[in-house]
Design a protein around this ligand. Structure first.
Ligand SMILES: C[S@@+](CC[C@H](N)C(=O)[O-])C[C@H]1O[C@@H](n2cnc3c(N)ncnc32)[C@H](O)[C@@H]1O
Length: 252
């Protein structure tokens, strides 16, 4: 079944391409909340994407708003990878929170997401957010990604975005990052619901430790690696966690 969101996103005015417009345009309480399994299911219908926006949209917006002050330290990327991008909410929020600054120099965007219906929305959104960038989509689970799926972009500044995806079970985050990271400068930014079950914050802490302890299969220099916990301003005052890591990978 086709998703009406794709045509609406393509035809929207530039000024409409923001998180608030998107959520209000498409969120619906379809009674499908239970099918989303706390947001961790791979979504198979547009109705469930609309339910996700209704049920989790405010939490994700308030997580990124808390992360917002850290974004001023992030250099303008030439490459952006959104891991488990879902329908593209992080892209909209990063654009809103930086007034587009983070997309000013982006030449390549890679979206990795196993839900085809979500990925189609994310692709449509990112094409509007960064019209001068090449958007590559990979409809796969992380463990199925191969190095050849990652565009061979020139060494530059890569922003790795994990919005409620570094903490999910069912993949090896270190193997994933070993496949996507190339020589050059990198920023990893991960925000999630702060929890200690089903993966959660302990999984993020393990990834952080592997970088901090130089256990990745490349030589790297860490400039910053900060993990912070916070309370969101959404009505349910969800707990959140952010990891921001800035590093350089040596060539050779
Ligand atoms: C909680 S949702 C977050 C979606 C989006 N990043 C956001 O912030 O709204 C988790 C996402 O990870 C994806 N996902 C779950 N398991 C995955 C896996 N093993 N490999 C790749 N993506 C996965 C899901 O399809 C879903 O889009």
């Amino acid at each position: 079944m086709s998703d009406r969101a794709i045509g609406v996103i393509s035809g929207a005015a530039d000024s409409d391409i923001n998180f608030s417009w998107f959520r209000h345009e498409f969120m619906v309480d379809n009674g499908l909340k239970d099918t989303l399994k706390s947001g961790h299911v791979v979504i198979d219908t547009a109705d469930k994407l609309d339910q996700y926006l209704y049920t989790y949209g405010l939490m994700i917006e308030s997580q990124w708003k808390k992360v917002g002050p850290l974004l001023g330290d992030v250099k303008q990327p030439t490459v952006l990878i959104d891991y488990g991008c879902g329908q593209g909410l992080a892209g909209l929020l990063l654009k809103d929170l930086t007034q587009g600054r983070l997309f000013g120099a982006v030449r390549d965007i890679l979206l990795i997401e196993p839900s085809a219906v979500a990925l189609a929305r994310a692709e449509a959104l990112y094409r509007r957010i960064a019209p001068n960038a090449t958007v590559t989509i990979v409809c796969k689970r992380f463990d199925a990604l191969s190095e050849s799926d990652v565009p061979d972009s020139h060494a530059g500044e890569t922003l790795h975005v994990f919005s409620n995806s570094l903490d999910v079970l069912g993949f090896d985050p270190l193997k994933l990052l070993a496949k996507t990271m190339r020589p050059g400068a990198h920023t990893i930014i991960s925000t999630s619901h702060d929890r200690t079950f089903n993966g959660g914050t302990p999984q993020i802490e393990r990834v952080r430790a592997a970088f901090d302890n130089q256990s990745m299969p490349f030589d790297l220099t860490i400039q910053q690696s900060t993990l912070k916990n916070f309370t969101c301003d959404n009505p349910s005052q969800s707990k959140g966690v952010v990891w921001l890591c800035q590093l350089e990978i040596e060539d050779g």
